[in-house]
Design a protein around this ligand. Sequence first.
Ligand code: DX5
Ligand code: ZN
Length: 214
Amino acid sequence: MLVAPSILSADFSKLLEEVKEVESYGADLLHIDVMDGHFVPNITIGPDVYRPLKGKVNLLFDVHLMIEKPTLYAKQFIKAGADIITFHYEAVADVAKTIRFIRNLGAKVGISIRPKTDVTLLENYLADVDLVLVMSVEPGFAGQVFIEDSLEKIKYLSEMKKERDFQYLIEVDGGINAETGLKCKEAGAEILVAGTYIFKAEDRRAAVESLKKL
Ligand code: DX5
Ligand code: ZN
């Protein structure tokens, strides 16, 4: 299992230390939650927050844009070190154009859906993305409870991937711990994002390892 700690739950007064710590426990990606106060009712991280981390750790920078007009900002986020840019299906008028736009800037492209969005709406885009991010909580805040219906979406994506030989990775985000993580794995998830479960844990090493070994 690939593990992506979400820095939203880290201590920002010592961010580099926090990130190096989870890297040393075996984390694979660094999940960076960008919120604009419009697409979601919260404001979080901009490119200036993670730019200083680039080059100091070897994690892939997995930038989750919960913003309107992602194409206006994609370049800035890539320049700051994003390896993967994930935008929300619900945030754009032209999905295919947005995928092409981000890819042409040189990043991997992910697409994400809110819990209430029908996963089959993504069908026409699945051949063209590197990652599909299933939101298992309503985007906006860390520390919410995993929505069980997400498992059906993961299964659909996993079956489509097998049937049609698609290349995307299936990532799940929200309310992940060892128990919900196991259900996601059984449904076909390949990357687990976890904020609270890792950064607020008494034993962070054990938390990362419990997800890695699923
Ligand atoms: C929520 C964010 C998540 C969040 C996960 O909108 O996209 O990445 O940080 O936090 P936990 O793991 O605490 O649910
Ligand atoms: Zn996220």
